[in-house]
Design a protein around this ligand. Structure first.
Ligand code: ATP
Length: 379
């Protein structure tokens, strides 16, 4: 498999064997009574990294943040920050700040008073507070709203005040629990880019919890996919999408077609997979061995649908029938039923306004994909 980097290509400390991680979860377990919320989890995060914890509700994401912030202690295992074991260190003495799901601002205070609150509590001298608040207002582009109260702001503006408040004390690490959860879709998308800018400009380490995969893919340098308190995969967004390590990760992130079968032959890095009445040739065989049960996972956009049998001798080609067509404006998703009954999703971009592939319901159609267009999964 070719290497897949993050978009910020020059920033990849995780691939430098000499780089020391900044935050380390070392065999961390957290139990509540006899329920295990986090199970022997190990994870390393680097300084200035934008790291996302992604997983379904209840998988232990918030519990990890709370333990790093010091609101909870691990039942066993260690959490290290810059080499220091955090056990026993109270939240206010950790160089970590947390922005909660409901980022409640003080309703009776102005924007600037909200941002200044933590600084005042720390006893910072007044002129310094004024300078810092001014700097924060500029950072989140709310200078002209300094004297407003939270109810006089939009949801997105309130969210930016909360952000300014949580970075005002200049923590080294900012923990964000579903930071954009309260915003509508469009505002969320805009704010994602603002968050990324802010993180880069301040040079902070961000650890974001989200259950929204698109959000994690957009913002993060690396993503940890969690399930039931365990790490399933840690990788860049591109790797998670193009080279998922298991059926779980492949299905959790984006749309995927999964062909189950057995490795009938393995030769020079190429597998012949015998499935239900069809054969697939696949590169990217991972750790599959001859005879092992596997899944060939392939994304819908990597499959072509044509009304005539494709000529390409290298491609996997299967004949089927158009079962459903979903027109989504920017793309069309074809659902093609194969002879064994499996329905495959194939998407194509509508680059021109006029459809050049006039396929219709119940038409015979061919799906085709190259051997390196998907990955072979053993888990
Ligand atoms: P969500 O996306 O819904 O916030 P999450 O991944 O952040 O979910 P956590 O809040 O970390 O999940 O919770 C993980 C599991 O631990 C859940 O099943 C939850 O019910 C349980 N849990 C969390 N806190 C406690 C507690 N104080 N006592 C008992 N169980 C808890």
């Amino acid at each position: 498999m070719k290497s897949l980097g993050s978009i910020r290509r020059s920033f990849a400390p995780w691939s430098d064997p000499d780089a020391k991680p900044y935050i380390v979860f070392e065999n961390v377990t957290k139990r509540f009574g006899d329920f295990t919320a986090v199970n022997n989890l190990s994870l390393s995060i680097f300084e200035r990294e934008f790291f996302a914890l992604l997983g379904a509700s209840g998988c232990g994401k918030s519990t990890l943040l709370r333990m790093l912030a010091g609101f909870d202690e691990p039942t066993s295992g260690r959490i290290l920050l810059d080499g220091q074991d955090l056990r026993g260190i109270p939240p206010y003495r950790r160089p970590v700040n947390m922005m909660f799901q409901s980022y409640a601002l003080f309703p009776h205070m102005t924007v600037e008073a909200n941002i200044a609150f933590g600084l005042k509590q720390d006893g910072m001298p007044k002129p310094e507070i004024e300078a810092r608040v001014g700097e924060m207002l500029k950072l989140v582009k709310l200078e002209q709203f300094a004297r407003r109260k939270p109810h006089q702001l939009s949801g997105g503006q309130r969210q930016r005040v909360a952000l300014a408040r949580s970075v005002a004390k200049r923590p080294k690490v900012l923990l964000l629990d579903e930071p954009l959860g309260a915003l509508d879709k469009k505002l969320r998308e805009e704010t994602q880019f603002e968050l990324m800018d802010l993180q880069q400009n301040l040079g902070l380490t961000f650890l974001v919890v989200t259950h929204d995969q698109e959000e994690a893919m957009t913002m993060a340098d690396r993503i940890a996919i969690l399930d039931k308190g365990e790490v399933m995969q840690v990788a860049t967004p591109a790797e998670v999408y193009e080279a998922p390590s298991s059926r779980f990760v492949a299905s959790f992130v984006g749309n995927v077609n999964m062909f189950e079968g057995t490795v009938a032959e393995l030769d020079a890095g190429r597998a012949r997979i015998a499935g239900n009445g069809m054969t697939i040739h696949a590169d990217n065989v991972g750790n599959a061995t001859a005879g092992s049960p596997v899944a060939f996972a392939i994304r819908p956009e990597k499959i072509k649908v044509t009304s005539r049998k494709p000529e390409d001798g290298k491609a996997n080609v299967v004949e089927g029938e158009i079962y459903d067509i979903a027109y989504l404006g920017d793309m069309t998703v074809y659902h093609v039923r194969l002879p064994d009954g499996q329905v495959v999703k194939a998407s194509s971009l509508n680059a021109s306004r006029v459809a050049d592939n006039p396929l219709s319901w119940n038409d015979r159609a061919w799906i085709s994909f190259l051997p390196d267009a998907g990955v072979v999964l053993t888990r």
